[in-house]
Design a protein. Structure first.
Lengths: 159, 390
């Protein structure tokens, strides 16, 4: 094991600063264009369905990754769904504490087989549980701009 | 399949550190040179080089494969770089394996390097752009909360508590105290230390997570005739496997890593292993988070679903247990320079099977061991099975 014993000290090294400057401009794609337009214009969430695999994709895709069929059947899903998992964020990316904890969740929308990741809002931390029923809360139409953030968050469904 | 037998005949490793003075090339050189020296070969003996290294953004050098090539010993040689995210460290020796198994090369140098400290302000930044640009990135996902979602799902499905999982972190950081290259070895750490550490994204706390690190690891692979000339202790690559699940990470139930099972089944079949729990004596599953070791043991079919925490609590996975798991100290203890960390696991199996693991040596003279890594968009499993004799 002598090769492992070679010292390799962790030192304070002089550094040069640098960056790789890159900006990007992405299209939504064929499926995304329709998905986000429907959210913006009609506050409706659409998925695509593979009849062969009996599987509904949300967000939608134009092909089934399982059987490689082209998907042309669009179905409305949600706006209610079930929380599959959640996390409570207490620290921002840079390491500083967040003023308010933020809750991210995996939400299986009614009628969908895949799961959507989004934010939970209007929720009591004590009530938070896997299996809880939630519903999409859309921004007012004037504020919607064709983004996943047109859904402000998901909130618990009142019984 | 008409494939030749391939042996690991040498290994080398740098210390894993928070910020190395060495550049990436120099780290690659240190590990590669040590690996060659360990089996008394020189660069002239090397027919080709397989390099593994993770996103360009870590080292901050675009076309990083080419940048690292000379340090990895590839000057005027056939060279390839491969990359499957965190799975790279166990994927790269698979590339080296078929270079030799195919008959193309007799000796292949396998090098994995990562210099994460270059990435500012934090290497997490390199992962912000791995997610879908329209459906996910506006929500600003980062790896910590993605894994928090997975960990919570795993705990929920099996009714587990945080303390059940913290035992993994304690075991690995204690094991790492015996590793000369380790960054976070701690012989005195307790479950309470883990449970009292800072909550980052519940249920993930500071000591549930492996550190950012710089480092490199290298192996020398050789064909049967060459291996037998070089060493009387060749360690054979008995099986390899890899598999990718859906790149839509939300399209699968996160509580169980099916892609690891597929990769493991491929490797077991090649190695002729029918009863992995009896035939695999020592395991180095990928443990960037403590729950991942448990998750992966289940995916590798080495524990029933949800039962890996019990094996841990009962000491089965301790270095002196019936199935030692991460005797190296794992990523949680040794450190996690991504690609290098995966190859460190293969190197650990190599040293353990040869009886050269020093203070980390497991008892009972193991003859078969398995290393596994995981990565990409949390959906790739890579597996290598090593064995002596036969």
């Amino acid at each position: 094991m002598s090769i492992l014993e070679k010292p390799n000290k962790n030192v304070e090294a002089r550094v040069v600063e640098g960056e790789i400057p890159i900006q990007s401009r992405y299209t939504y794609g064929l499926a995304g264009e329709k998905f986000f337009r429907e959210i913006m214009d009609k506050a409706r969430i659409l998925g695509t369905r593979c009849v062969e695999c009996d599987y509904t994709y949300v967000p939608p895709t134009i092909y089934c990754e399982r059987c490689f069929a082209k998907l042309e059947e669009w179905v409305e899903v949600g706006p209610e769904g079930t929380v599959q998992s959640f996390t409570v964020l207490l620290v921002a990316l840079g390491g500083s504490p967040l003023d308010e904890p933020e809750i991210m969740a995996l939400i299986q929308l009614d009628g969908a087989d895949s799961v959507l990741v989004h934010r939970l809002g209007d929720v009591d931390l004590d009530e938070l549980a896997i299996g809880m029923r939630v519903k999409a809360v859309f921004k007012p139409k004037k504020q919607r701009e064709g983004s996943i953030l047109d859904i402000a968050h998901f909130a618990p469904v009142e019984d | 399949m008409g494939l030749r037998k391939v042996a690991v005949v040498g290994a080398g490793m740098t210390k894993f550190v928070r910020r190395a003075l060495e550049t990436g090339k120099e780290l690659a050189y240190e590990a590669a040179k040590m690996a060659l020296d360990s089996c008394e070969l020189t660069l002239d003996d090397v027919d080709g080089v397989a390099l593994g290294t993770a996103p360009e953004a870590f080292d901050g050098v675009h076309m990083k494969g080419e940048y690292l090539s000379d340090g990895a010993g590839a000057w005027r040689k056939p060279f390839m770089r491969c990359y499957v995210g965190g799975g790279t460290g166990v994927f790269t020796p698979i590339q080296g394996w078929y270079h030799v198994a195919s008959g193309l090369f007799d000796v292949c140098l396998v090098v994995c390097e990562e210099k994460m400290s270059s990435c500012q302000p934090h290497p997490q930044g390199a992962f912000l752009t791995i997610f879908d640009h329209s459906t996910e990135r506006p929500l600003e996902p980062n790896l910590l909360w993605i894994f928090a979602l997975e960990m919570n799902r795993y705990m929920h499905m099996h009714g587990l508590q945080k303390k059940d999982i913290a035992l993994v972190s304690v075991k690995n950081k204690r094991n790492a105290a015996d590793h000369p290259c380790a960054m976070l070895g701690d012989p005195n750490i307790t479950v309470e230390d883990v449970l009292n550490s800072e909550v980052l994204a519940w249920p993930v706390q500071r000591l549930d997570v492996s550190p950012i690190s710089d480092g490199a690891v290298a192996l020398v692979l050789a064909s049967e005739n060459v291996a037998k000339r070089i060493t009387d202790k060749p360690v054979w690559i008995k099986g390899v496997g890899w598999s990718l699940d859906s790149a839509y990470w939300t399209n699968r139930d996160l509580y169980y890593p099916k892609y690891v099972e597929y990769a493991a089944r491929m490797a077991y079949e090649m190695a002729g292993i029918r009863e992995p729990r009896k035939e695999i004596h020592i395991v180095e599953p990928y443990d960037p988070f403590d729950y991942k070791e448990l998750h992966h043991l289940e995916g590798l079919l080495l524990a029933d679903k949800g039962d890996a925490p019990r094996l841990t609590a009962e000491g089965v996975t301790a270095r002196t247990g019936n199935m030692p798991v991460c005797p190296s100290g794992g990523l949680l203890g040794v450190g996690n320079p991504i690609a290098a960390a995966g190859l460190m696991k293969v190197a650990e199996i190599f040293w353990q099977l040869r009886g050269e693991a020093g203070k980390r040596q497991v008892p009972g003279k193991p003859i078969t061991g398995l290393a596994q890594a995981w990565g990409d968009l949390m959906q790739v499993g890579t597996v290598v099975i090593l064995g002596i004799g036969g």
